[in-house]
Design a protein around this ligand. Structure first.
Ligand code: SAM
Length: 284
């Protein structure tokens, strides 16, 4: 739920009786796509803000944390991530990070709403700067339909960069979706998805782990980081691996990465896997 009063954008979290507010300079864009209301604002201190149905997706100031954490840990967990599927991620920030990995040979970007990508191309030239890379193909389709129809073993890494589990993204948290992801991954495949806040959505994180285990992933771990414009300011991505421990990753390659990061380092990767006691307890 959003409110705009006296030049402030507020995303309210009704169940939690709390909210985040950002001071606005002006609204830059508004449209209603087939799937959702897309808005872009200029804020005083967080740069441009992209919202879908009134919920914060991206700000210029802090999106690097989320985009680096949903990409690099999973890609460094796989030994040779050549074929990558991104589901959602229409702002293209995740795609840009994925394409920094020289091992990646093909990326299929499956986003339900083409308008999110087109609006991002208009307002976020930095996030969309790699959209013309010849390794990428865009498909504007529902992620569940895509994985239902994809051939078994056809991807090394699947990144689920979907919105909150309401509306079109709800299906991306379903057992059916997880089962297909497991099937379309190669034998050493790795899946990662955004898994919300430990403080506000612990049940969802429990469901994520249980579902990933149920469909056959050998190991599952949530990685924690701060994301001050998302509910509670504390966020997770959850990595699931088919045939290895998620604690193992190509640490030396990560240390020698041939690109710059602003948040990700191998030490952050390791530290992000440490579980707070209440999360450890919940996931037992
Ligand atoms: N960083 C964000 C967050 O955690 O709030 C996610 C950003 S990204 C913009 C989410 C994208 O997922 C949106 O562009 C939305 O259109 C897309 N999406 C939602 N449901 C989808 C589905 N079933 N298949 C493919 N894409 C989907």
């Amino acid at each position: 739920m959003t409110i705009q009063v006296d030049g402030w954008f507020t995303e309210e979290w009704p169940g939690e009786k709390s909210a985040i507010s950002l001071k606005l300079v002006r609204k830059l864009h508004e449209e209603k796509s087939r799937f959702q209301r897309i808005e872009v604002f200029e804020t005083e201190t967080f740069g441009k803000l992209l919202t879908l149905d009134g919920l914060v997706m991206v700000t210029d100031r802090d999106n690097f944390i989320y985009h680096e954490m949903i990409s690099h840990p999973a890609l460094y967990t796989h030994n040779n991530p050549e074929r990558v599927l991104i589901v959602g991620g229409g702002d293209c920030g995740t795609l840009r990070e994925v394409l920094k990995h020289p091992e990646v040979k093909t990326v299929h970007m499956v986003e339900i709403d083409e308008r999110v990508t087109r609006v991002s191309e208009m307002f976020y030239p930095d996030l969309t700067e790699s959209n013309g890379d010849p390794r990428v193909e865009f498909f504007f389709e529902d992620g569940i339909r895509w994985v239902e129809q994809a051939a078994s073993g056809s991807y090394d890494v699947i990144i689920v960069d979907g919105s909150d589990p309401e509306g079109p993204a709800a299906v991306l948290f379903s057992e059916d979706f997880f089962r297909h992801c497991h099937r379309v991954l190669s034998a050493s495949g790795v899946m990662v998805g955004q898994s919300e806040s430990p403080l506000f959505h612990l049940e969802l994180i429990k469901h994520y782990h249980a579902t990933a285990k149920k469909v056959g992933f050998q190991d599952v771990a949530s990685l924690h980081f701060q994301q001050c414009t998302y509910p509670s300011g504390w966020w997770t991505v959850t990595v699931a691996a088919k045939d290895q421990s998620v604690a193992q990753f190509r640490e030396q390659d990560a240390a020698k990465r041939p690109f710059k990061t602003r948040y990700y380092t191998p030490a952050i990767h390791r530290a992000a896997m440490a579980q707070p006691a209440f999360v450890e307890e919940a996931l037992k």
